[in-house]
Design a protein around this ligand. Structure first.
Ligand SMILES: [Mg+2]
Length: 235
């Protein structure tokens, strides 16, 4: 499917496209170690974690925390506990944003509504402002603030309403098929899959075919998206 002919709004995931997913990985490892030590066990074997992480990236389905709770804590029902502990450690330190994200949003700002649409904690807003994103973002679709998480349709619908447009004139950029590309596509948004971070190291042709556009990074997207805007907007 091609991208929409007319694009009014561009939404972007945060973990992967904007900040390195290493920030999440570091937090989840700290959380796993805490719980395992409390269980009387050793910290997580890093090589085992690495293998599991690569398998989860390749699969692009099923929650990462659920799988980690099952495989590394021995109990899938500890997913909620793992989620809370991870949130407490999850930071986006200065210097961990990708330069191409700010460059893309700057290029788009004023031509389309630009927003983040992400499963993130509230503190991510402070990190984004610190790193220069405050002036180029019109819509702040952060799950902890909005009260809905991807892949549920509510977060996408909230962002569309905030942007004052409809799905057929919007594009969502993300690095996961299960929480970005598939739910966005199901609602009728155009989709861009950025294959870094939690995306597979080697996407299959079938996976690549799920998105309208698949790119390794954000460097080539500005002209593609600007060609679909209806001219300059106020603001
Ligand atoms: Mg992501």
């Amino acid at each position: 499917m091609p991208l929409p002919e007319r694009v009014d709004a561009v939404f972007c995931d945060v973990g992967g496209p904007v900040y390195t997913d290493d920030n999440f990985t570091a937090a989840v490892l700290l959380a796993l170690d805490e719980i395992r030590v409390e269980q009387g066990g050793p910290p997580v074997d890093r090589a085992q974690f690495s293998r599991l992480y690569d398998e989860m990236r390749a699969a692009q389905s099923g929650g990462f925390r659920r799988t980690l709770a099952r495989e590394l804590l021995g109990d899938e029902s500890l997913r909620g506990e793992l989620h809370e502990r991870t949130a407490a450690h999850w930071r986006h330190p200065a210097g961990t944003a990708y330069d191409d994200a700010l460059a893309l949003f700057r290029a788009l700002h004023g031509h389309v509504v630009v927003g983040v649409l992400a499963n993130q904690e509230a503190a991510t807003v402070d990190a984004l402002r610190r790193d220069g994103f405050g002036d180029v973002l019109d819509v702040w679709g952060i799950s902890a603030l909005v009260g809905h998480e991807k892949p549920s349709r509510e977060l996408f619908e909230w962002a569309l309403a905030e942007a004052g447009t409809t799905a057929e004139h919007a594009v969502h950029i993300g690095n996961r098929l299960d929480t970005d590309v598939r739910p966005a596509r199901a609602l009728g948004l155009g989709t861009v899959w950025v294959t870094r971070g939690e995306a597979p190291a080697h996407p299959t042709p079938e996976q690549v075919a799920e998105a309208d556009v698949t790119v390794p990074d954000l460097t080539t997207l500005a002209p593609v998206l600007l060609a679909r805007t209806g001219g300059s907007r106020a603001g």
